[in-house]
Design a protein around this ligand. Structure first.
Ligand SMILES: Cc1ncc(COP(=O)(O)O)c(C=O)c1O
Length: 394
């Protein structure tokens, strides 16, 4: 028997393929330095000056309790409730908001609030690889449900078939990592209708966790509907790490849908502090909380991202790659030429170009490119993508 907790080992098992990739990647970069790094959603240029200025301003103490314990401070929560009400068209109150350490913190909070040991949580496939370990740590079960082939739409039939009496949460990630898909209001309405029926059938409520950290990274003027607008039993998680391209600044929130029936809304509002405390003071550091209003409207250059998307799609398309055009996020998802993403990634690696193989997403035929790389990296990588297509498609 292991000395360490079963839940910890289950989390380790769940994240193993990502860790294995990370180890290989670190070793490979030492041998063949990156001319282009398209792996993780990390910055490759200096941080936005407005982010730096906001941090400097709010790191300077203005009172004795500047760095005292902070919770869901009234002013930033009221500010956010107002901003979110305008953005999402729903009447949020300050008490609906919990300030968390990024989207990770908000997701953790949702799991602690809603999941009993052994409960099941439906997540998209392909999908973000940290739901699994976080669910394992909550002693709950990840149930991966494939998105529609090619379209990456929500597959309602597959979701319906995956629901069991233990289902407690369905994660909707929109815009979706890694495909960039944004779900329409009518698709979300259909999911809502299904979950109403299924909740009645199994005799308890199935919740939606709407994972929206890429909500504002959208292209071509496409709109956004939060599942909270169509399904009252929805919790929204958000992070500033993506829009500011500063994932090391742990700032985000969990928001309760204002359409939730009053008694349930109150119950969740009341639980906020206890859960955040019990999860290890899951609250952003004080300067980040003060900086929040200054950061709310700061954004990386979305037009530049859109240009990179176009540049990559047209170049890769011409060499026979089958890529999905993302509607949002900073990722490109496509089929690895030859259908073996590990072999393809290795072929690129030898030329100093690093992508994320689909094995990391349990989709070993596909691969992901992260467009937070610089324009220069993109140009540097072109010959390698062309060579890899020639070699792998032979
Ligand atoms: C789909 C999705 N959800 C949540 C997160 C967590 O975001 P953060 O690290 O900003 O908390 C990420 C980060 O990559 C993500 O891709």
């Amino acid at each position: 028997m292991s000395m360490t907790a079963r839940r910890a080992n289950a989390a380790a098992h769940s994240i193993q393929k990502v860790e294995a990739f990370f180890t290989t990647y670190n070793a490979a970069v030492k041998e063949t330095p990156a001319v282009a790094d398209f792996t993780f959603g990390n910055p490759h240029e200096m941080p936005l000056p407005s982010v730096v200025n906001a941090l400097k301003t709010h790191a300077e103490p203005q009172s004795v309790d500047w760095f005292a314990y902070k919770t869901n401070e009234a002013d930033p929560c009221a500010f956010l409730a107002d901003a979110l009400s305008k953005e999402l068209g729903l009447p949020f109150e300050a008490e609906d908001i919990a300030l968390t350490k990024g989207a990770f913190g908000a997701i953790k909070m949702c799991f602690t609030m809603l999941l009993e040991p052994g409960d099941e949580c439906i997540v998209p496939l392909p999908g973000w690889f940290c739901y699994g370990p976080m669910l394992a740590a909550a002693d709950a079960k990840e149930v991966q449900v494939p998105l529609g082939p090619d379209s990456f739409d929500l597959d309602l039939e597959a979701i319906a078939n995956a629901i069991t009496p233990r289902t407690k949460i369905v994660v909707v990630n929109t815009p979706h990592n890694p495909t960039g898909r944004i779900y329409s209001r009518s698709d979300l309405q259909k999911l809502s209708d299904l979950l109403e029926v299924k909740s009645a059938e199994i005799g308890h409520r199935i919740w939606i966790l709407s994972d929206e950290p890429y909500r504002r990274i959208r292209f071509d003027g496409i709109g956004f509907t939060t599942p909270a607008a169509v399904y009252p039993h929805t919790l929204i998680d958000y992070s500033y790490g993506k829009i500011l391209l500063a994932p090391g600044l742990r700032l985000g929130y969990l928001a309760i849908s204002p359409t939730l029936p009053a008694a349930e809304r109150k119950e969740l509002q009341t639980l906020r502090f206890a859960v955040q405390m019990a999860d290890g003071w899951n609250v952003p550091d004080a300067p980040l909380i003060y900086a929040l209003p200054d950061l709310e409207n700061v954004s990386i250059d979305i037009a530049a991202l859109a240009n990179r998307r176009e540049r990559m799609l047209s170049a890769l398309g011409q060499w026979g790659y089958r890529m999905t055009k993302p509607e949002g996020t900073f990722y490109l998802w496509g089929r690895a030429p030859g259908g073996d993403s590990d072999a393809f990634a290795e072929c690129l690696q030898k030329r100093g170009v690093y992508v994320m193989p689909g094995t990391v997403f349990d989709r070993p035929t596909d691969f992901r490119i992260c467009l937070t790389a610089t324009d220069e990296m993109i140009e540097n990588a072109m010959p390698a993508f062309q060579a890899a297509a020639n070699l792998m498609l032979e």
